[in-house]
Design a protein around this ligand. Sequence first.
Ligand SMILES: NC(=O)c1ccc[n+]([C@@H]2O[C@H](COP(=O)([O-])OP(=O)(O)OC[C@H]3O[C@@H](n4cnc5c(N)ncnc54)[C@H](O)[C@@H]3O)[C@@H](O)[C@H]2O)c1
Ligand SMILES: [Zn+2]
Ligand SMILES: [Zn+2]
Length: 390
Amino acid sequence: MKAVVWHGKRDVRTERVDDPQILNPRDAIVEVTTTAICGSDLHIYNGLIPAMEPGDVLGHEFMGNVVECGSAVKNLKAGDRVIVPFAIACGACEPCTRGQTSLCANANPNAEVLDVMYGHSGGGLFGYSHLYGGYAGGQAQYVRVPFADFGPVKVPQEIPDERAVLLTDIFPTGYMAAENCDIRDGDVVAIWGCGPVGQFAIVSAFMLGAARVIAIDRFNYRLRRAKAAGAETINHDEVDNVLEALYEVTGGRGPDAVIDCVGMEAHGQSPDAAVDYAKQAVKLEMDRPHALRELIMACGVGGRVSVAGVYAGFADTFPIGALFGKGLQLRGGQTHVHRYMQPLLERVASGSVDPSVVISHRGTLDDAPQLYSTFARHDDDCLKVVLSGA
Ligand SMILES: NC(=O)c1ccc[n+]([C@@H]2O[C@H](COP(=O)([O-])OP(=O)(O)OC[C@H]3O[C@@H](n4cnc5c(N)ncnc54)[C@H](O)[C@@H]3O)[C@@H](O)[C@H]2O)c1
Ligand SMILES: [Zn+2]
Ligand SMILES: [Zn+2]
C-alpha cells in the first residue's frame, strides 16, 4: 500500500510499504478515506520528537471504512464508516475506566522508556514515535487499529469526511483545553496559538461560557479566522509586549484562564526565546517554552492554566514562582479523545459546529511531502491540511 513515511528531519516521502495485518483478536483494519496533518506531526517533521525511526508511517488523524475485524471485535463489521481516536486505548485498565484514555496502561509496549523519562508512561499513539508504541500511522491507504472494539465511532453517511475527520483529534483537543480551564460564565480566556487546535479552543471556550476570548498569534490569516469565531486578537509581532497588551484589554486584571495551543516550538524575539532557540538547536533544551512562560505571567490571580500544546522534555526558566505566587492551577496532557468523540459528533450532526471551516488545503497521499512543507512554512495561508487516502 501507499503511506507517508518519515525518513528524517524535514524528509517525508510517500512510498510503498507492506499492508497491515490483523495481529490480535481486538484489531481491525481500516481503509483510510481521509487523513489530516497535525501541528503535532510538524514537531516530528522538524526532528524534535525522539525515538522516530526512518521508515515509520506517520499520521494520527484519520477515518475510513472497516475492511476486516479480528475475532473479538463484535461491534464493527466490514463496510462500517468510522472515525478513529488518535490515542490507542484498551477501555478496561484503570486510567481508561477513569476516562483518561490517552494514559491507557495497556497500549504502549515501549513504556519503559517513558517510565524513565517521565516517571510513568502515557499510552500509545498512532504514528507518533517509538516512545508512544511505534504504531504505524493513518497517513496511509490502510491502518491496523488495535482495540477496535473500544475506540472507533461509527459516523452517519450524511456527515461528509471533512466534517468528521477532525473529531479524531483537534476538535476534542481544543474542547479539552477549554474544559481544563473550568470556565465560569463571564470569564475572559486568552489563547496562545491560532493554529487548528487554537481555533477549536476558541470555539469551545465560547461553548463553555467564556464572555471574551483573546487570541494571540503572529499570522494575520490565522488571527482573521480567530476573529471570525468571535475572538479579539493580538498579533504578538505587532505589539511591544504581549503582557502589557493583555493588561490593557483586561483592565489590569489579566485573563481568568489561559490556554497554550503553541507547544514546544514557540516563536519569540525576547531574550528568553533567543536562548531557547540556541539551546534547542544543540539539544541542551528539548522544548522552546516561550509562550508557556508568557501565559503563566499573563494569567490573573487565582487563574487556570491549560496546556494543550505538546512538550517533550524539560523547560528552562519555568516561572514556578508566578504559578505559585498567583495561586494558579495547571492542567494539560494528551487529549482523552475517546470521551469527546460521540458528544462532539452530535454537535457536528446537529449543524451547531462545522469543523471543516479550518481546512485550507486538500490533497492525496502523493501530495503529502509538498503539503507538509506548505503547512510547516505557513505558506499560502495554510491552516489545516487533509489528504484523501487514495
Ligand atoms: N494535547 C493534545 O492531545 C494535542 C493534540 C493535537 C495537537 N497538540 C499540539 O497543539 C499544538 C498546536 O497544534 P496545531 O495543530 O494548532 O499547530 P500549529 O503549528 O498549526 O499552530 C501553532 C500556532 O502557534 C503559534 N505560535 C508560535 N509561537 C507563538 C507565541 N509565542 N505566541 C502565540 N502564538 C504562537 C504559531 O504561529 C501557530 O499558528 C502543537 O504543539 C500540537 O502538537 C496537542
Ligand atoms: Zn493531531
Ligand atoms: Zn486502557
